[in-house]
Write a protein that binds this ligand. Structure first.
Ligand code: F6R
Length: 610
């Protein structure tokens, strides 16, 4: 939700800020803006709509290239409609300060009333404009800008990442965070503050992860981290980021989403690397060393990450022999759950910044449970706050719709199920060895078949693009995939899609079936196939068109339906092929309909608000 980048260096700031915003655009893209100081004045340029509008506006504006210090923001609206006035940066009434902000100031109304009484005027509907004027007000009674920033931030309630530019300190940037991501990039003669490393990865891979309540001050040649509480200097470790800038670029693909779908074989290899010993037939997860076997598992996550948990729950029970419940984080956090102290709460999050998932972690903590995070973004809030973290190592996921991250989460959860089964001696004889061999073969099979899937999908996706309503059906693990298929289709193509456990259709939803209502049935030829097949027959009997994602074995049973063959994999690893089929289906349908595949409307990648 909102992307922030700030630069203090010796190069022209605006091209660097715009380039950073381009990489952060996935975080919000309804409007954008930047600010820089020139000839003693803070200038700001803002535009509603996608970043291109800001780029165009910047190129015609009065020579912003001279400034070597600046900041930018790409917005996902919380307070006020997405227009130019509400876009960030916001300036204080006296023009002395500018602020960009990701998050929500919960007590902005009372602060605003207080400032209005003192004569301040507000032009936007945002909470950010309140805070920047509060900083200006605090400056009247504090000896310097840093203390004014500290005093104002201390009064703000809510979640926020903030970057401040001060007219009388043209080479300095101040920033702070509370429950919203912000980190610093340390370069040579230039320093950065941003929501995400990808914003400055082209310039430096040296990163400081800011903690809650840190304030950082950067200039071209220095940085200093202080405690918000008492401005005490803090020692911070500089981390070296392994991702390179190529992994955050499209690499010849038309969209990030397509690139990320096609990266899944590599994602699987990376998830298994060093964790599977084929010769010994063992899973190694050093991250779990010393952790007692949990009596129960509680998986908590949102959206696609929730679907990963649901997909894996049966494997964790069947192979790992541990009872497992999966919950939506936004529900879990408020329903006062009863958790046993020997229960392990697994929090799954690609970004590691999802507000509901972080709150769920807090609930688990308060109940005295151990927490395990499955997280992609290194150094994210979740990764730093859980008791133990397993990184899913999927590399940067830029497309707003999650694809390869889910593949990596499913892979890690599979390894967890095998690990706990191995530790309990529940996978007898050569069973574990065979499962590990089958699992390790998935990446190669998928890689071999992906080009054909990409060709096949063009035909099927036209059928989907023509639909107004789509059901996705599946049983068992395929129900979780059906949820994911429906989620992807909705968010990318804006076609109405719902997922049902196939057996539930007869309990009501089948009433909707008519010759126009498309059903996508996930029906691999597994032990549940005869049951799913009956449900498909029931839909066909009511003239409902069906696209069956199935295997050769299923073909002879399915008569009039359109069939799409799943690449040959052993159950349950078929899921790792069905997943990209569903992703490609939505991707192609949305592309055909001319939708913005990487940046669907109304969405943002990292959901840092409730
Ligand atoms: C869907 C999607 C979202 C995220 C959800 C959780 O394509 O991307 O549903 O899965 O917002 O995000 P993380 O995994 O970052 O916690």
């Amino acid at each position: 939700m909102c992307g922030i980048i700030a630069y203090a260096g010796h190069q022209p700031a605006t091209p660097i800020v715009l380039q950073g915003l381009r990489r952060l655009e996935y975080r919000g893209y309804d409007s954008a803006g930047l600010a820089f100081i020139q000839q003693g004045i803070i200038h700001s340029i803002k535009a509603s709509g996608k970043l291109d509008a800001l780029v165009d506006k910047t190129s015609v504006s009065s020579n912003p290239l001279l400034a070597t210090c600046g900041m930018g923001h790409t917005r996902w609206a919380t307070h006020g409609v997405p227009n130019e006035i509400n876009a960030h940066p916001h300036l204080s009434n006296d023009g002395a300060f500018a602020l960009v902000h990701n998050g929500i100031i919960e007590n902005y109304r009372e602060l605003k009333d207080e400032l209005i009484a003192k004569g301040y005027v507000f032009y936007s509907e945002t909470d950010t404009e309140v805070l920047i004027n509060l900083i200006a007000e605090c400056r009247k009674s504090t000896p310097d800008n840093l203390r004014a920033f500290q005093a104002a931030v201390k009064r703000a309630q809510g979640a926020f990442a903030l970057v401040l530019l001060c007219r009388d300190e043209p080479e300095t940037i101040y920033a702070t965070r509370k429950s919203a991501p912000l980190l610093a990039g340390i370069g040579a003669g230039e320093n950065f503050v941003a929501s995400d490393v990808t914003a400055f990865l082209a310039s430096t891979r040296r990163v400081i992860f800011l903690d809650e309540g840190d304030i950082i001050r950067i200039t071209p040649n220095s940085y200093q981290v202080l405690s918000l509480e008492d401005l005490r200097p803090l020692e911070k470790k500089i981390h070296q980021i392994e991702w390179d800038i190529q992994s955050a670029q499209k690499g010849g693909f038309k969209h990030f989403m397509l690139k990320e779908i096609c990266e899944q074989p590599q994602v699987l290899r990376s998830a298994l690397a060093g964790r599977v010993d084929l010769e010994a037939g063992r899973v190694r997860l050093p991250e779990l060393e010393g952790l007692a076997r949990p009596s129960r598992l509680r998986i908590v996550a949102c959206g696609t990450s929730y679907n990963a948990g649901l997909w894996a729950s049966s494997l964790l029970e069947e192979w790992g022999r541990i009872p497992c419940v999966v919950e939506i984080a936004s529900e879990f956090r408020y329903r006062k759950p009863i958790l046993g102290r020997d229960e392990l709460v697994i929090l799954i999050s690609q970004s590691g910044e999802t507000a509901d998932t972080l709150a769920a972690m807090q609930v688990a903590r308060e109940c005295g449970c151990a927490t395990l995070g499955l997280c992609n973004v290194i150094g994210s809030s979740l990764a730093r706050e859980v008791d133990r973290v397993i990184y899913t190592q999927a590399g940067p996921e830029i497309s707003v719709a999650s694809t390869k991250a889910l593949c990596s989460q499913m892979a890690l959860l599979t390894l967890l199920a095998l690990y706990w089964g191995q530790e309990a001696g529940a996978l007898e004889g050569d069973r574990l060895k065979k499962l590990l061999a089958d699992f390790s073969a998935v990446a190669d099979t998928l890689e071999k078949h992906l080009p054909k899937l990409r060709v096949d999908v063009e035909l099927f996706s036209l059928r989907v693009a023509a639909a107004r309503n789509v059901f996705f059906l599946g049983r068992g693990r395929n129900y979780a995939l059906a949820l994911e298929g429906a989620l992807k289709l909705k968010e990318l193509s804006y076609i109405h899609a719902e997922a049902y456990a196939a057996g539930e259709m007869k309990h009501g939803p089948i009433a909707l079936i008519d010759p126009e209502f498309l059903t996508i049935a996930i029906a691999p030829h597994d032990e549940l196939f005869p049951k799913t097949f009956s449900n498909i027959e029931e839909i066909a009997a009511r003239s409902g068109p069906i696209l069956a994602i199935t295997e050769n074995g299923g073909d002879k049973h399915l008569r009039g339906e359109i069939k799409w063959d799943i690449p040959p994999l052993a159950d349950p690893f078929t899921s790792f092929a069905i997943l990209p089929m569903l992703q490609l289906l939505s991707y192609e349908a949305a592309s055909y309909l001319g939708k913005d595949v990487d940046q669907p409307r109304n969405l943002a990648k990292s959901v840092t608000v409730e």
